[in-house]
Design a protein around this ligand. Structure first.
Ligand SMILES: Nc1ncnc2c1ncn2[C@@H]1O[C@H](COP(=O)(O)OP(=O)(O)OP(=O)(O)O)[C@@H](O)[C@H]1O
Ligand SMILES: [Mg+2]
Length: 268
C-alpha cells in the first residue's frame, strides 16, 4: 500500500448541519500534506474522524490500512497527534508528561527512556526536562507536544493548527523539527493551517477546504495553474470567493482521547 491515508466520500453531520461534505483524498506514505482552510471549514472534524474521535456519518477511511471505526486500537497506536488546543499537564514536568504518554501506549521502560531522551534532545528541551510545564512558553509547550506525539514511533503524524498563537520565529523552528523528523523517520505528516505561507512552504500537497468541501487539491503550482493566478493567496480567493479569516482556539480533545484510551472504549 502506497497511501498512508485514504478517504472516500466522507461526510459528517451534526444534526442537520453538514460539517464535512463528501470529501475524498489520499495522502502518500512519507508525504507532508496540508488542509488549508478558514475557521469552521471542517478541518478539525476531519482529523477527529481520521483519529477515531468521531464516527463518520457516511464514507470510508483508511489510516495505515486500518479502518478507524473498526480497528480503533490498531489505528490509535499507528498515529501521533498534536491537538489544536494545548493538552499538556501543567503540574507535571516535561519528562513526566512524556512518561505518562508512554505508559498509556504500553511502552517498555527501557524503550521509553531511550526514546524520551532522543526526542527531548531533538526539540531542544532536554535541559528543561525536570521543569514543570506551567513554567514553559507557548513555543516550548508546542515542542513538547510534538515530542510526546512521536514517542510511540507513529507512522502518521497529525498536527491540527500546530503553530497557532506562536510568533513567526518559533513557528519556523517548529517546522524545522517536523521536517527533520519527516526526513529522518520517514513519517507521514498531515497538518491543518490557515496560514498561507505555511501551507506553501511546508506542504508537498495541499487540500483547500471551505464550508466542509474540498474545493481544490494539488501542489501549490498546480493550484496556481488551475486558477490562473500567481500566488497561493490569489488562488485561494479565486477558489473560495473570500480571503482566509483569523483563527481562534476551540476544542478540548486531548483529554477526551486519553480518557477513551484509558477506558479502552470509543463511543461517539
Ligand atoms: N460537536 C459539534 N456539534 C455541532 N457542530 C459542530 C461540532 N463540532 C464542529 N461543529 C461545527 O462544524 C463546523 C466545522 O468545525 P471544525 O472544528 O471542523 O472547523 P475547523 O476547520 O477546524 O475550524 P477552526 O479553524 O476554527 O479550527 C463548524 O461550523 C463547527 O461549529
Ligand atoms: Mg479546527
Amino acid at each position: 500500500m502506497t497511501n498512508a491515508i485514504e478517504v472516500k466520500s466522507l461526510s459528517k453531520k451534526f444534526g442537520d448541519f453538514v460539517a464535512v461534505n463528501n470529501i475524498s483524498f489520499e495522502v502518500k506514505k512519507g508525504e507532508i500534506f496540508a488542509f488549508l482552510g478558514p475557521n469552521g471549514a471542517g478541518k478539525t472534524t476531519t482529523i477527529k474522524m481520521l483519529t477515531t474521535l468521531l464516527h463518520p456519518t457516511t464514507g470510508k477511511i483508511f489510516v495505515n490500512g486500518y479502518n478507524p471505526v473498526i480497528n480503533q486500537n490498531q489505528v490509535r497506536k499507528s498515529f501521533g497527534i498534536v491537538f489544536q488546543d494545548p493538552s499538556l499537564d501543567d503540574e507535571l514536568t516535561a519528562y513526566e508528561n512524556m512518561e505518562f504518554h508512554g505508559v498509556l501506549y504500553g511502552l517498555s521502560k527501557n524503550l521509553m527512556t531511550t526514546r524520551i531522551e532522543e526526542l527531548l534532545r531533538i526539540v531542544d528541551l532536554w535541559d528543561r526536562k525536570d521543569s514543570l510545564v506551567k513554567t514553559f512558553s507557548g513555543g516550548m509547550r508546542r515542542r513538547l507536544e510534538i515530542a510526546r506525539g512521536l514517542l510511540h514511533h507513529p507512522k502518521v503524524f497529525f498536527l491540527d493548527e500546530p503553530s497557532l498563537g506562536l510568533d513567526p520565529q518559533t513557528r519556523s523552528h517548529l517546522w524545522e523539527y517536523v521536517k527533520n523528523l519527516n526526513k529522518k523517520e520517514g513519517i507521514t505528516v498531515f497538518f491543518t493551517t490557515h496560514y498561507m505561507e505555511e501551507a506553501e512552504k511546508i506542504a508537498e500537497r495541499i487540500c483547500v477546504i471551505d464550508h466542509g468541501k474540498i474545493v481544490a487539491k494539488g501542489t501549490v503550482n498546480e493550484l496556481k495553474k488551475q486558477t490562473k493566478t500567481k500566488t497561493l493567496e490569489e488562488a485561494f480567493l479565486s477558489l473560495t470567493g473570500h480571503e482566509i479569516r483569523e483563527e481562534e482556539f476551540t476544542n478540548q480533545d486531548h483529554m477526551r482521547m486519553m480518557r477513551r484510551m484509558w477506558r479502552g472504549g470509543g463511543k461517539h
